[in-house]
Design a protein around this ligand. Structure first.
Ligand code: GLA
Length: 720
């Protein structure tokens, strides 16, 4: 059993493979966190912290050592004596927002509770859930805190459900389903920041007193701040030290807050925040929050990352993503909007000859879509470009013996579209205010069921009977003027959350309606690179930036929280340069390989090289997709990037060393492949050289050339 209640000490103890998490019921009322770390016996769990601090309010009967402001809490409530950033603020009939739930009961069960229309970790045979019920006699509400345990990957998820059993409506004003209080603050915080084209830059800074946060008010998790954060020992490395990782299984506006308080404790909160979220619960109604996840590693940052990698692969991504992902030729950087049947059939023919699995027709195939000023919303083929229609075109592509993928951006509408002309009220907007444009487009109101239904009908009709293998689902602007024509004024705060539920509904519908197709999600590259989206797609277009130098940074940082199987990595035009092609290929091997170049303008030599690359990739693609990732040198720190993937029985290793643009010539790096089996012999299938496992573990020397576009790849296989 991973979850137990110990009566004597009134403690709940959650064990995963390598970790223990514990908290105690105190005074039949509070839930005091006691421990999160390396797996320990229950007897070794620390006591609750009861200490006196002045200016810390308490219930008279319990005395001044017992303030909610000092307790490490499992869920902290606004206005009831805990002055730190709080987890829940509920405004009930008294209008004060003062919230105070009291422990009532618990239940432990196998599996998990489904989340109401939201993505969540899929239960496996080991999954268990602890449900804690708390009540508030003033508002009449019931609060359920859930701890769902994915023991194999050391993941614990947290989500909450609030039921209004009172006599009046209540409004949730802040909702942070994950709260973790740690009795220490000597930690670094790792986060991923960026912008369009430069996503997921790694930032690692020491915690300081006060609140430090990342979040999004953009209606998408965003390129600017990713919801993944980690806390680690200030000296933690890939292999040593403690690390705690956190993430949110959600794709919209969010808030990650970390507060260092007066006791030198640290509180972590992950959730919907309060700025872009409020939710009214009528009498008898209930609200289910999205799920947040956390993990702990006693063996360095690398193990923390691998915990997330395993969880996302096995419990989040569609099972089909465990199988080989298609190597695609995407038309975007090759053609932009200049596509038509004739050009694309030539693409299909050449792509097939070169060994591609699939042709992906990107933007430009529908409505009046000749540039980005028109057409979004009009999801029917452009007859000037496809005179015989989409169905006939796709048939011809398929006749070339290649699969077919197509680009869609369902959540958006151009003002210059039939859809917008017919239904301007279907775009998010605020009466009397000029709606802002971004990439010449508006955002459809996905909180409006009618819009979601309409999109289903339209796509149903357009793709009826067409054998589509793959959708690239894009989202190319953030939400401003967020107002929904179907929500009453007092419910407008629900628009962000309801929007996301509408998107998830449509994504699920796509999955069911087109069961043979897979989805790659995208948001101007990595604008929705999050665990929420990972549930629906086999991979995410990591960034619009395909420059291999920049990609080296982006991919290395993304691996901090996400597995390589989620990263769609394309080789873009090497401008006829074979060395550059080789370099771009080796960079793209960090994730799922694809290409985005004009195959009709390539020399035979380039095409033959690409064919060889694809064939080679297919010989070892399972390593990046399913293997364990070990980072040896982060490009943010060194003049090069080095990492390897290793399979479960350690019989295959893919080692990659990517030199950066400004790498120093001649320096030799010792790369320790500690996962190699000591007494085995490995052969590098690329060079034919043999190494003993012990040599690999002690380190092999790789000399950096200092030349532009240099990268070393070794595919090591164990000799039987
Ligand atoms: C976004 C995507 C690109 C491409 C364009 C098409 O920017 O990230 O890959 O699909 O849209 O407009």
């Amino acid at each position: 059993m991973s979850i137990r209640f110990i009566k004597d000490t009134q403690q709940f103890v959650i064990n995963t493979k390598n970790t223990t998490y514990a908290f105690a019921i105190h005074r039949d009322r509070y839930l005091c966190h006691t421990y999160y770390g390396k797996r320990v016996r229950s007897a070794a769990l620390p006591e609750k912290r009861l200490k006196m601090y002045s200016f810390a309010p308490y219930i008279a009967e319990y005395g001044e050592k017992e303030s909610p402001d000092i307790f490490m809490q499992e869920c902290s409530f606004y206005g009831s004596g805990d002055f730190r950033a709080n987890s829940l603020r509920l405004c009930s009939a008294d209008g004060t927002g003062v919230t105070d739930f009291v422990y009532s009961s618990y239940r432990i069960f196998k599996g998990r509770r489904e989340l109401d229309g939201l993505p969540a970790g899929r239960a496996d045979e080991h999954t268990q859930t602890l449900e804690i019920t708390m009540t508030d006699s003033v508002s009449g509400c019931k609060l359920m805190l859930y701890y769902t345990v994915f023991a194999e990957n050391d993941i614990i998820s947290r989500y909450m459900v609030i039921e209004n059993l009172g006599e009046h409506s209540v409004r949730i004003d802040k909702c942070m389903p994950l709260t973790l209080d740690l009795p220490r603050s000597d930690l670094d915080m790792i986060s991923l920041y960026g912008r369009h084209n430069h996503e997921v830059n790694l930032q690692r800074v020491p915690l300081h007193h006060g609140v430090q946060s990342v979040g999004s008010r953009r209606g998408a998790t965003s390129h600017q701040y990713n919801p993944f954060i980690a806390l680690c020992d200030s000296k933690a490395t890939e292999e040593k030290g403690e690390a705690y990782g956190f993430n949110f299984v959600y794709s919209g506006s969010f808030l990650d807050e970390v507060e260092v308080d007066q006791t030198n404790g640290t509180r972590v909160l992950i959730g919907l925040g309060s700025e872009c979220f409020s939710y009214t619960l009528g009498v008898g109604e209930s609200f289910c929050s999205p799920e947040a996840v956390m993990t702990y590693s006693a063996n360095g940052i690398g193990q923390m990352s691998r915990n997330f990698h395993g969880f996302i692969r096995n419990n989040i991504m569609p099972p089909v993503s465990l199988e080989p992902h298609p190597v695609v030729l995407n038309t975007w950087e090759a053609c932009y909007f200049r596509i038509n049947e004739e050009i694309l059939l030539d693409f299909a023919r050449e792509a097939k000859k070169t060994g591609f699995d699939m042709l992906v027709m990107d933007d430009g195939w529908f409505g009046k879509r000749n540039n980005d000023r028109a057409g979004l919303g009009d999801w029917f083929e452009n007859r000037e470009k496809f005179p015989d229609g989409l169905a006939s075109f796709v048939k011809k592509v398929k006749a070339e013996g290649i699969k077919f993928g197509i680009w869609v951006e369902p959540e958006m509408v151009n003002p210059d579209s039939d859809l917008y002309r017919a239904h301007p009220e279907w775009a998010l907007r605020v009466e009397g205010r000029e709606p802002l444009r971004s990439r010449h487009q508006f955002v459809l109101d996905m909180a409006n069921d009618e819009v979601v239904e309409y999109l289903m009908e339209m796509f149903d009709k357009t793709f009826e009977g067409i054998d589509i293998d793959y959708f690239k689902w894009d989202m190319n602007r953030h939400m401003s003027n967020v107002g929904s024509s179907v929500l009453a004024p007092e419910r407008q705060g629900e628009a962000h959350f309801r929007y996301m539920k509408g998107v998830y509904k449509l994504l699920s519908w796509f999955g069911k309606r087109f069961p043979n197709a897979v989805i790659e999600t995208c948001s101007g590259g990595g604008g929705r690179y999050d665990i929420g989206m990972m549930q629906y797609g086999i991979q995410i277009w990591t960034s619009d930036n395909t420059n291999p130098y920049d990609r080296t940074y982006i991919q290395a940082s993304a691996m901090m929280g996400y597995p390589a199987a989620t990263m769609s990595c394309h080789v873009s035009d090497p401008h006829g340069d074979l060395k550059s092609l080789d370099y771009r290929y080796k960079v793209a091997l960090g994730g799922m390989l694809g290409y985005e170049l004009n195959i009709l303008k390539m020399s035979d030599e380039i095409k033959e090289t690409i064919a060889r690359q694809i064939a080679e990739y297919k010989s070892f693609d399972s390593l990046a997709r399913l293997g364990d990732y070990h980072s040896l040198a982060l490009p943010t720190k060194y003049g090069y990037s080095a990492y390897y993937y290793v399979n479960a029985d350690r019989s295959e290793i893919l080692l990659s060393v990517i030199e950066k643009k400004d790498c120093k010539k001649g320096s030799t790096k010792l790369l320790k492949i500690r996962e190699a089996i000591a007494d085995a012999i490995y052969t590098d299938k690329r060079s034919g050289k043999q190494y003993s496992g012990e040599t690999l573990r002690r380190g092999i020397s790789v000399e950096l050339s200092g030349e532009p576009d240099s990268a070393t790849l070794m595919y090591l296989q164990r000799e039987i």
